[in-house]
Design a binder for this molecule. Structure first.
Ligand code: FE2
Length: 233
């Protein structure tokens, strides 16, 4: 049975937050929640009658602050983060190949996909792949800070993500053009940065981007290494 996540958006940082709901018992998992939307996200959880069991981060974000710590305190959910992202307050430090179980029979496969940051991870649930900033629709996350590596990102996407079934739905961590979902097959054939490009070409392309430093980076990264709690009032 195809089950889609709830997709929520932060217009300020163009960040997607996802809520995954077990069809059996309304247990739920949230991925990459944004601090300023804590009340909105709690309202959805309460409106839908959900029990939040896990809060997941795809990486330590540089462009927004997470509400993982506040959601954990409010709901009792467990905070799950990539072990390579230096987020010590989270009780679950994930490694490649881990499986997160929720509801009666839901499981989320944990995939370590370094490149955007060294610790970045993707999560696969019922044919839905949550890619964080590793793979975006027709793009990918930048690789020029936070121990990023264009070569690693190329290897993660082409070696791990593009090896998944073509029909796998791609739910990105951001979108800046009004798109919401894609598929592995589509990105394999059409992604402007990665489709049909050699590793060397991709590294050169990423090195030439010359992007500005994220405005919130000095606030967001230290806060996110504490599950957003340093930021919260
Ligand atoms: Fe990011």
């Amino acid at each position: 049975m195809q089950v889609n996540p709830f997709q929520l958006f932060d217009a300020e940082s163009s960040t997607f937050t996802y809520i995954l709901v077990s069809p059996d018992n309304r247990d739920a998992v949230i991925i990459d929640p944004v601090d300023r939307h804590f009340a909105r996200d709690m309202a959805h959880i309460e409106r839908l009658g959900l029990t939040l069991t896990h809060v997941l981060e795809t990486h330590a974000h540089a462009d927004h602050v997470t509400s993982a710590g506040r959601l954990r305190a409010r709901t009792g959910a467990r905070a799950c983060v990539p072990s390579g992202c230096d987020i010590p307050p989270a009780e679950v430090q994930l490694v490649d190949g881990d499986v997160i179980r929720f509801g009666e029979r839901e499981h989320i496969a944990v995939m370590h996909t370094p490149g955007h940051t060294a610790g970045s991870m993707c999560y696969l649930w019922r044919g839905n792949l949550f890619t964080g900033d590793t793979l975006l629709i027709d793009g990918c996350g930048r690789t020029d800070f936070q121990s990023g590596s264009a070569g690693d990102l190329y290897d993660s996407v082409t070696g791990k993500l593009f090896a998944l079934d073509d029909a796998t739905r791609v739910w990105p961590g951001h979108d800046y053009k009004g798109q919401s979902v894609s598929t592995i097959g589509w990105e394999k054939r059409r992604n402007a940065r990665l489709a049909g490009r050699s590793r060397e070409d991709f590294i050169a392309l990423m090195a030439a981007l010359d992007l500005p430093r994220p405005k919130l980076m000095d606030v967001a990264v230290p806060a996110n290494r504490n599950l957003g709690l340093a930021h919260s009032v």
